[in-house]
Design a protein around this ligand. Structure first.
Ligand code: 3NM
Length: 228
């Protein structure tokens, strides 16, 4: 799972200024490694239109070989035969959702601190999304911003568990999130509202790769130190 988290695009039609399917296709061409369909908030599609758009998104993801995850809605995820579901703390019990979706589908859970991370991991999440890393105006009901330090705290307890940071991430701060130990970054506006989604994704991906290298060399340095 961790490799899919490098550059995770979360998006619904309400987040886009341009055609959402084209935005997704360009984003994947630019380096997006996972997609979450989050049709939510004012202007979001409902009913059959919501399902139809999801199907187009899924086709785009699968034609490029990246996972298609549905936010919150287990019924929609099953109807669309999605690769997984992502839930928040308020969306139900992890074990319950797992029993509905089966062991093959991915289950992502939002966590805001070490305690929530620990609970989600023990209950069977495949990865956790940790946020908000920075201030965001995309989601109104976020928890307080504590920044990439939360990733470090979670990493100390779970050195290898797949973790992605979310909230206010752009090319200017993606490096801080990944060099703190996240496997990648999840973004909405940095790609969905960019003038050119290909370039936006490429630039973010570069920062993520740079952050991964820094984190790896830190781990090696610490290993050498502990052997001295
Ligand atoms: N979850 P942007 S922040 C969907 O903190 C979501 O859990 C968050 O949008 C959390 O990349 C967020 O435009 C919105 O800041 C992310």
């Amino acid at each position: 799972m961790a490799e899919h988290l490098q550059l995770y695009l979360v998006m619904g039609s309400q987040n886009c200024y341009q055609d959402p399917i084209e935005v997704l296709q360009k984003a994947i061409q630019g380096g997006v490694t996972c997609f979450q369909y989050r049709e939510k908030g004012s202007g979001a599609k409902v009913g059959s239109e919501r399902g139809e758009l999801g199907l187009h998104f899924k086709e785009a993801c699968h034609s490029y070989g990246i996972p298609f995850i549905v936010n919150d809605d287990v019924n929609l995820a099953m109807e669309l035969e999605a690769d997984g579901v992502h839930i928040g703390q308020e969306d139900g019990m992890v074990q319950e959702i797992r029993s509905l979706i089966g062991s093959e589908r991915l289950l992502g859970v939002s966590a805001h601190n070490v305690h929530e991370a620990e609970k989600a991991i023990k209950e069977g999440a495949d990865y956790i999304g940790v946020g908000p890393m920075f201030h965001t105006s995309t989601k109104k009901d976020t928890e307080q911003v504590r920044g990439p330090i939360v990733i470090r705290e979670i990493r100390e307890v779970f050195p290898d568990f797949p973790v992605v940071g979310i909230g206010g991430i752009s090319k200017r701060n993606a490096y801080d999130v990944v060099s703190s130990g996240a496997n990648g970054v999840a973004v909405i506006s940095a790609i969905s509202q960019a003038e050119n989604a290909i370039i936006a994704a490429q630039e973010l991906k570069q920062e993520v790769e740079y952050g991964v290298l820094t984190e790896k060399s830190n781990v090696i340095r610490n290993l050498i130190k502990s052997e001295d």
